[in-house]
Design a protein around this ligand. Sequence first.
Ligand code: FES
Ligand SMILES: [Fe+2]
Length: 380
Amino acid sequence: MTSKPKTLNSDFYKRTRLPLLEADTMPTECYTSRDFYNLEIKKIFYKVWNFIGRADLVPEIGDYYAFDFADVPILIVRGDDNKIRAFANSCRHRGAKIASGEGNCNAFSCPYHGWTYSLDGHLKAATYMDRTKGFNKSDYGLVPLRLEQWGGFLFVCFDNNAEPLEHFLGDLPELMRPYDLDRLRCTRRQEYSLQCNWKIYIENAMESYHVPWVHNKTLQKQKRDHNPPILPINGEYSGLLTRHKGSRALLPGMEGFPYIPTLTGDSAEGTYYILINPSTMLGCTFDTVWWLELHPEGPEQTKLIVGSCFHETTTARDDFEHIVQNYYKRLNISIVEDNEISELQQAGLRSPFAQPGRFSYMEPLVHVIDNWVLDRVLSD
Ligand code: FES
Ligand SMILES: [Fe+2]
């Protein structure tokens, strides 16, 4: 009889499963092992609704955007009916990627043998196929992928049996209602290639313990709650509300924009940091919403996309381009600081001598994230 590899044995994780102040951090293999990573892809990223940015990635009819997510080539396109669709970006002839990068077109022509697909995925033309027996073009459209939207954000799901996005998000749309998300505009989208596991980055995004060290010349100067409580939730997310004055998206002394006009209640008193499971962080402060979107690309490789959004009444201002530079500058500095520490953590965890550590009371969501991942990975 062969025994299970240790990464599949729930006993291996039992110290991480203890309550926060008794628990160990994740076994180091969770950040370095190809086997563990493959399980995460299969049991998490191929099952959930994955955040992939905003609808203004493809603002006009015929606009498309092609990218890989968790090793799946995806094509997003706005059709003649103005509907945004997602397809597997794999030709139905012999599988080549039919589109790359972004652009605008009337139809997609495969670069290999010219099979041509309409914007809604139907196969329109395939030359030299007229002698092929029983071949009907209508059977060879692009494979559709599930795509749904909330507040202008796009999500794709690879599992046809998964619950609708609305159920997945639970009460998050209600919590975020004051931010008037449908009327936000994405004004900048930055990509970074990181040499670290995706969990390292999202764990970092959801704790403020590191701020005095990693951001000692920047974010540390913002006045902040020492240890904000984690939110009660109902849905596939977790989060914190920190109460403070002044935008979190600026450094002290920087000029900013007026606040989003619809903020009320808690949203008018602080900043929400929301993790949409598994790998997207929304930062929602008085004058802007920004996001960190992580695409797993290997056990020690992650793509980070940072998006900046402002309310349409703000982007319409004459001084928008001038003042928004302050927001970009703050993000540019803090993101690089977090990128560097995340890669240093990965480099240390890669050592054969690295060992699990212990949690501070300042890191409750790191423990929540790690146990959510284990719940999924160890499930049957
Ligand atoms: S692989 Fe696309 S036309 Fe042949
Ligand atoms: Fe940070």
